[in-house]
Design a binder for this molecule. Sequence first.
Ligand code: PLP
Ligand code: TYF
Length: 398
Amino acid sequence: LFAAVEMAPRDPILGLNEQFNADPNPAKVNLGVGVYFDANGKLPLLRCVAQAEAAMQADPKARGYLPIDGIAAYDKAVQGLVFGADSAVLQAKRVATVQAIGGTGGLKIGADFLKRLNPDAQVLISDPSWENHRALFSNAGFQVGSYPYYDAAKLGINFDGMLASLNTATAGTVIVLHACCHNPTGYDLSPAQWEQVVATVKARQLVPFLDMAYQGFGEGIAEDGAVIQQFLAAGLDFFVSTSFSKSFSLYGERVGALSVVCASAEEAGRVLSQLKIVIRTNYSNPPTHGAQVVALVLGTPALRQLWEEELAGMRLRIRAMRSALVEALKTAGVDQDLSFVTRQKGMFSYSGLNAAQMQRLRSEFGVYGVDSGRICVAALNEQNLPQVAQAMAAVMRG
Ligand code: PLP
Ligand code: TYF
């Protein structure tokens, strides 16, 4: 039966993790996978999460099936965070939101729904993008192309190329956009550039799908969500996937959501009914624990305040590591302009290093980043920084 089954390639990033775990070098540093580690190099358990879990344990509940679209209080909390608690679009009940299995699950529910709605549509992702974007939309049955995004020579965004590409896309093309903290480059559009993207998407009748996996890691919760307000102001219908993997440090609980902004409450009701079919035929209904934690934190003022403080702590530590990396590289003798490192947002830095340099970092120095040149700044700390900077400086010198 399986004689003709081919070996599938490893996920380029998760595969790197396996390679890291197998490396006997005691001084190895993992800057590959996008995970936030604290100043001691540990995966944090947020205090707001621990307190919510303690409260849940003090009053344990039986675990029945959840509704297909998840915990109502959770979906409402997601909507408040993404669209603003008193936003007109929520008051008008124009948003269909479902709990999802991580941000990936939110993307997949959206992709499956879009495939039924518009089977011949093309999907465009940024070049480069999170690897799984292409695989996920291809596996949902779409032709996946890309729009220019990174400009290596400029160490920034090829915005003219991006707009030109959107301007030639046919009506109905699904445009996957990183709402903030672009993965892998770290370069985000300015509000003025977003305004042009919104206008183009509207004029060309494209279908925006915003992936928001890092809300709160760029400039702040509201600041990172500002792009949503720009799409709302233009009166567009659009998709937003949410992930709490990073912002709650709940990677393994798989907590995410999909929200679809519709033209009316009646339309949102019909869209919701279709999203529920997609969920029902994939995994029936979502799991309870992670969403309960997030709903409790977001719905309890003291816990919410604690979460916002802890999230700000992660954001500021990453920013401090960016500046520290620049300083350490200068100290190690790198004299090129490194200001791009502190211009980038979120967990990642496109370092500008090529695949050969990244491989040397791994084999000679035990420093693991992605061959594209992406390093996870959120995994840097005072202890590993000198080693990382020395190693990067060495491969930069050639
Ligand atoms: N989208 C982007 C851009 C990501 O970087 C990630 C990272 O994991 C995801 C989606 C998936 O999030 P989750 O782990 O919650 O499925
Ligand atoms: O880009 C990253 O490193 C994170 C984690 O298939 C990740 O988004 C990477 C690959 C993958 C799932 C999650």
